[in-house]
Design a binder for this molecule. Structure first.
Ligand SMILES: [Zn+2]
Length: 178
């Protein structure tokens, strides 16, 4: 519920509405539901970070369609492997922001997805990465990871939802990534 319009002086509560939108993801049209608050006075629409996000839905559908990992699968696996985002990024030779974006919902490169899957499906591959001389891991951390790798499983927990409600003008298409 939006308490008043952020664009004009309309001061009544504005209830959420849902509109179907078509979002183009890598050249594929994907239908998704956008939840928004449309001001009956000026027609301006606002989205909420807690409301249903059409882009997130479209990306999820696209990943599902193409057998790509979902963000929570990546995060869950990394945490179970005992690696921080920084450590895993460095081991993979990725920019430090890349993994964070993926875990927060950005659409991943297929080549990156394949690399992650090869580590998930073959813990031996991850072990090889860990054993490589590297500046990110000290010997203590390596020992810890070797032990932890015995417990790696691909079992999933439900994803954690991001926090605060933030209302933004829909036309700016600003998205919060926590
Ligand atoms: Zn208005």
């Amino acid at each position: 519920m939006l308490e008043y319009c952020l664009n004009c002086d309309y001061a009544e509560e504005i209830p959420p509405t849902r509109e179907t939108v078509i979002i183009s993801v890598c050249g594929e049209d994907i239908e998704a539901i956008e939840e928004l608050y449309r001001c009956p006075a000026c027609g301006e629409a606002f989205t909420s970070s807690l409301g249903h996000d059409a882009l997130t839905e479209a990306y999820r559908k696209y990943r599902h369609r193409h057998g790509l990992l979902q963000p929570e699968e990546i995060r869950q696996w990394r945490e179970q492997a005992g690696l921080t985002q920084q450590e895993l990024s460095a081991l993979l030779g990725w920019e430090s922001t890349t993994l964070r974006w993926y875990e927060n919902g950005a659409l991943q490169e297929v080549v990156h997805d394949n690399l992650l899957k090869s580590l998930m499906q073959q813990p031996l591959n991850l072990l090889q990465l860990i054993e490589k001389p590297s500046v990110v891991l000290n010997e203590e951390k390596r020992q810890q990871l070797r032990r932890q790798l015995h417990f790696v499983s691909t079992r999933l927990r439900p994803p954690v939802n991001p926090d605060a409600v933030v209302l933004l003008p829909a036309k700016e298409m600003v998205r919060w990534t926590s």
